[in-house]
Design a protein around this ligand. Structure first.
Ligand code: APR
Length: 245
């Protein structure tokens, strides 16, 4: 199976990467579902939805401050570096990510579509046009406010109950519909419309290589090669950076 995956990557003319929280697990970021998933302990409705932000913005800011603290100093693991190597070999390697931690860009990937936004920046809740990097200065305030209009600031993350950025999601689907290989890494494939991306690739006869230690919603089929390993372990091998594991 692994040799077949290596061969498919080598031959692929239009590969695309699709990642979820599991891609950052070995860098120290927690996942949302599965064992020790964040949603087992915290409420996504209260802390990661637009209604939750309106009802109790301070609770939402405390949650994102905690996640920013976790992300501080987190570095991309060997799996990220393997994707950057693959990008140099292939010349172009679009990455569609559900993650908001910015690790793909930090690792050197240059065509990254953050379909759920980024926790590295914040903008004015009243959309007056102000936006900013989320510096430690801003994070000190229990409830950061817009310096231009006084409304509260909000993290630039797509919250439950909000639409995904239209052009990013349509380009993501376009990439999935036109790729010949989609490498799906570290996602439970449960949150739509992002979760539809692997299925859009399959409908257009692409092959999927899935990297996830746990079985997901992806179908068992000749076009889906599921490698039940961790991203940081197996990606260096698949990208030709390691001889054996
Ligand atoms: N390598 C690869 N996969 C891993 C690893 C690892 N080291 N560790 C865990 N996983 C897998 C888990 O088995 C799980 O299937 O990563 C997946 C993470 O799934 P989720 O926690 O559901 O994360 P994700 O699929 O990205 O969630 C989608 O849900 O809450 C929202 O906005 C949030 O973007 C997120 C979206």
């Amino acid at each position: 199976m692994i040799n077949r995956a290596i061969e498919l990557i080598r031959k692929s003319k239009k590969p695309v990467i699709f990642t979820g929280a599991g891609m950052s697990r070995e860098s120290g970021m927690r996942t949302f579902r599965g064992e020790d998933g964040l949603w087992k302990k915290y409420s996504p409705e209260k802390l990661s939805s637009i209604s939750g932000l309106k009802a109790d913005p301070e609770a939402v800011w405390n949650w994102y401050r905690m996640r920013l603290m976790t992300a501080k100093g987190v570095v991309p693991h060997a799996g990220y570096r393997a994707l950057t190597h693959l990008q140099s070999v292939k010349g172009h390697l679009p990455v569609i990510t559900q993650n908001v931690d910015g690790l793909h860009r930090l690792a050197g990937q240059t065509d990254v579509l953050e379909i759920h936004g980024s926790m590295r920046t914040a903008s004015c809740m009243d959309k007056c046009g102000f936006s900013t990097e989320l510096t430690s200065e801003i994070q000190k305030n229990s409830l950061p406010v817009c310096p231009d209009c006084g409304a509260i600031l909000r993290p630039d993350i797509v919250l439950f109950g909000e639409a995904l950025p239209a052009e990013i999601i349509s380009r993501s689907y376009e990439l999935a519909e036109n790729c010949d290989l989609l490498i799906v890494i570290g996602t439970s494939v449960q949150v739509w419309p992002a979760a539809g991306i692997p299925f859009a690739a399959l409908e257009n006869r692409a092959t999927i290589i899935e990297i996830n230690p746990v079985q997901t919603e992806l179908p068992h089929s000749d076009n889906v090669i599921s490698i039940r390993r961790k991203a940081g372990e197996i990606l260096p091998l698949l990208a030709g950076l390691k001889e054996k594991i």
